[in-house]
Design a protein around this ligand. Sequence first.
Ligand code: 3PG
Length: 218
Amino acid sequence: MGEKEERLVRVLTAAPVVPVLTIEDRATAVPLARALVAGGLTALEVTLRTAAGLDCIRAIKAEVEGCNVGAGTVLDARQMEEAAAAGATFMVSPGVSPRLLAAARDCPAPFLPGVATAGEAMALAEEGMTILKFFPAEPAGGIAYLKALSAPLPGIRFCPTGGVGPKNAADYLALGNVICVGGSWVAPGEAVALGNWTRITALSKEASQLGRSHNAVY
Ligand code: 3PG
């Protein structure tokens, strides 16, 4: 495992859940991040799906202590460069293209690329990338699919995201090939809009207390 991937492992093992944040209003970024960190979730993925995304990453990086802010929905090399310049400490994508992979090699921050099949995971493992996002986890086969991959792909660890929530997060985390899970449930849109940071801290606390598999080796 290379140095960048080791850094990714440290970020992703700090807490069992990575909140996926799609923030419309830049003014909510810092209090939202503080509320999540107060509950124990410290690796935050801010998606680049909104116009405010990059600004939110900059603001969290500058103003929130005790967390790692990453960029999500990174689709091309330009977005990856912009996110790195904004201070993102890890990059997440829903899938991989050859150009995005080339950009990730040059990027100072580690990359968590999305896959949904055994073949995609094998192709990335050939590139030395063994920590992968499994996306979209539930539609792509969920827990049964990840279980089926563990014997043929023993060296790969996944962060399932997409349809993961309070009902199934613990079951995903019980799998030996799951390093952490990602999801938006810890920051519901209506709580963010109302500035209900107490609720978000409570959801974060519950999520941060979820266990992980005893079989998982990092
Ligand atoms: C993502 O961007 O990774 C997913 O959209 C998050 O999925 P969820 O909203 O089902 O948690």
